[in-house]
Design a protein around this ligand. Structure first.
Ligand code: 5GP
Length: 114
């Protein structure tokens, strides 16, 4: 499994604007925000894509969603709403092969996505 830029962010070898951290997760601002609020929630465990998840990763994924929910509340976008996105592989628009949950908020989003 190849290392990605996110491993360097976890190791603090690359700076990032950290919003939340614990033993298993890191959340930080996206460097190229697509909304007024754009935060990436990642597990510290290296898992390249959603396709690589297995049953033992249930808690990891559940934890990511719960952290996103808590951050949304702390930033007061929970009532207006927000979008959570996992991109998977090329057609899904994935560019960094370390799973991450996008938390996007501060504006409204169209559906279906383009
Ligand atoms: P993906 O397209 O893989 O779903 O999302 C990867 C995200 O990581 C992109 O939104 C991109 O802007 C963000 N990103 C890539 N490199 C860096 C970086 O070095 N720092 C931060 N904070 N975000 C990054």
């Amino acid at each position: 499994m190849e290392k990605t830029i996110f491993d360097k962010i976890i190791a603090k070898k690359v700076p990032s604007d950290i919003i939340y951290e614990d033993d298993n997760y890191l959340a930080f601002k996206d460097i190229n925000p697509q909304a007024p609020i754009h935060i990436l929630i990642i597990p510290k465990k290296r898992i390249p894509t959603i396709n690589d998840l297995n049953d033992s990763d249930r808690d990891i994924i559940g934890g990511m969603v719960l952290i996103a929910k808590d951050i949304a509340k702390s930033l007061s976008i929970n009532e207006d709403g927000y979008r959570l996105v996992f991109n998977c592989n090329n057609d899904g628009g994935q560019t960094v092969y370390h799973i991450h949950l996008h938390l996007l908020g501060g504006r409204s989003f169209s559906w279906p996505p383009g």
